[in-house]
Design a protein around this ligand. Structure first.
Ligand SMILES: *Cc1c(COP(=O)(O)O)cnc(C)c1O
Length: 410
């Protein structure tokens, strides 16, 4: 497709205007929203006010007068709307890793006669690491991690499995699990489900209540645009609230933190999943970023995400680039909002793309990810990325030794 055709697609799309609500550097084609969302307008001003006026002038009184103490629940309830969850089931706290630990512990304690956490071999590593950590803490009689290839998951659901822990969108190839079907299959065998929505929240329509999901976690800094290291969230279905126990029983999850009672008594509901004092600066940035979703129809967001990724896949197929294979499913119903390709020189190619203003990322061993955030990516970005990729491959500029050097963060 020629550049004008891509521009025309942007002109006729009502969501294309949302890009104006982000502060993106001119000349950069930003395709890393799956890793760190772009900066929404209004965040800087809000943080400036928070620091100068609220913290600077009101000091410790801010916990009450600005209700900082209520922020994890307020932000949690705003996120709940994007998950298809009624209020009171989502709390904003900590990182995904820490939240996984809390929820996996809960699941194991609720399933006292079962001890296995079942997961997928190529799940995001931190998910597996946290399960391993919990298993080594509890010992093999209480907890074991079993991870199998995706195609063996359903067969592996047996009466030893306490909880099935899966990520809806695979971080490497962008392949999508069907939450409803898998949750049903797990429940039929008495298995609880814990879904990681890191690459889902803000970009895929979700119905956690309707699908009877037990637990979920997700990310504040990817498609929700909350900023680097923004706090994560966790969801626990209402029906589990009365029996839920979690081991990180810090004072913020106490029924009355300011009673300073020497004995722990959990707060009601999902509030008990707080451990320590919430980071108000980071959570406030996420709170502002969530304004973008206020009047947004997530089905429309998904439509635009599919159109963007499809345009990229189609343009790529038309080019028939040598040595490039597309890892992401071409069926839109089976993919999230990214397109991953493989090439034996993927690292160097990713660096050459970035040097020419197309920001992508690399995942070992040989994957380049092009993430399309429907809130700010345009069809023009698809055109530009395709154009630069085909030039980098044909002029072999990626062979420049400067592009061979590894970096700490890829
Ligand atoms: C990004 C991501 C994480 C990040 O975990 P943190 O502990 O918040 O750093 C976890 N799981 C998946 C699937 C991810 O994509």
């Amino acid at each position: 497709m020629n550049p004008e055709a891509f521009r025309e697609m942007d002109r006729s799309d009502p969501l294309a205007r949302l890009r104006e609500r982000f502060d993106l550097p001119a000349g950069t084609v930003y395709l890393n929203g799956h890793s760190l969302g772009a900066l929404p307008l209004g965040v800087s001003e809000r943080l400036e006010r928070l620091v100068q006026t609220e913290w600077g002038k009101d000091l410790v009184a801010g916990w009450n007068v600005h209700d900082w103490i209520g922020l994890p629940k307020r932000v949690g309830d705003r996120i709940a709307r994007l998950l298809g969850a009624a209020p009171g089931q989502v709390i904003c706290a900590d990182s995904i890793s820490v939240n996984l630990f809390k929820l996996l512990s809960t699941a194991l304690s609720m399933q006292a006669d079962r001890r296995v956490i079942l997961s997928q071999q190529d799940n995001f590593p931190t998910d597996l690491y946290m399960a391993e950590g919990l298993a080594s803490l509890l010992g093999p009689d209480r907890c074991r991690l079993r991870s199998v290839p995706a195609e063996r998951l359903l067969d592996a659901l047996d009466d030893q499995i306490a909880v099935l822990m899966l990520t809806q969108v695979n971080f490497r190839d962008g392949r999508l699990h069907d939450i409803r079907t898998i949750t049903e299959a797990a429940h039929a065998r008495g298995v609880m489900v814990l879904w990681d929505l890191a690459h889902s929240a803000g970009v895929l329509p979700l119905e956690l209540d309707e699908w009877q999901v037990d637990m979920a976690v997700g990310c504040g800094y990817k498609y929700l645009n909350g900023g680097p290291g923004a706090p994560a969230f966790l969801y626990l279905a209402q029906r589990h609230h009365d029996h839920a126990r979690q081991p990180l029983s810090g004072w913020m999850g106490h029924a009355q933190p300011f009673a300073f009672d020497p004995v722990y008594e959990p707060a009601g509901g999902v509030q008990r999943y707080l451990a320590g004092t919430p980071g108000i600066l980071g959570m406030t940035a996420l709170d502002v970023a969530l304004d973008l979703f206020e009047d947004l129809d997530i089905d429309q967001v998904r439509e635009r995400s599919i159109a963007l990724t499809q345009a990229f896949i189609d343009a790529l197929a038309a080019l028939r680039l040598e040595g490039v294979s597309v890892l992401t499913p071409t069926d839109p119903a089976q993919r999230g909002s990214q397109v991953s390709i493989a090439h034996e020189k993927s690292w160097a190619i990713s660096q050459a793309l970035i040097a020419r203003g197309v920001m992508v990322d690399f995942r070992a061993p040989d994957v380049i990810r092009f993430g399309f955030s429907p809130l700010y990516n345009r069809f023009a970005d698809v055109g530009a990325a395709i154009d630069v990729l085909s030039r980098v491959l044909s002029d072999k500029s990626y062979l420049d030794p400067a592009f061979a050097r590894k970096k700490k963060v890829t």
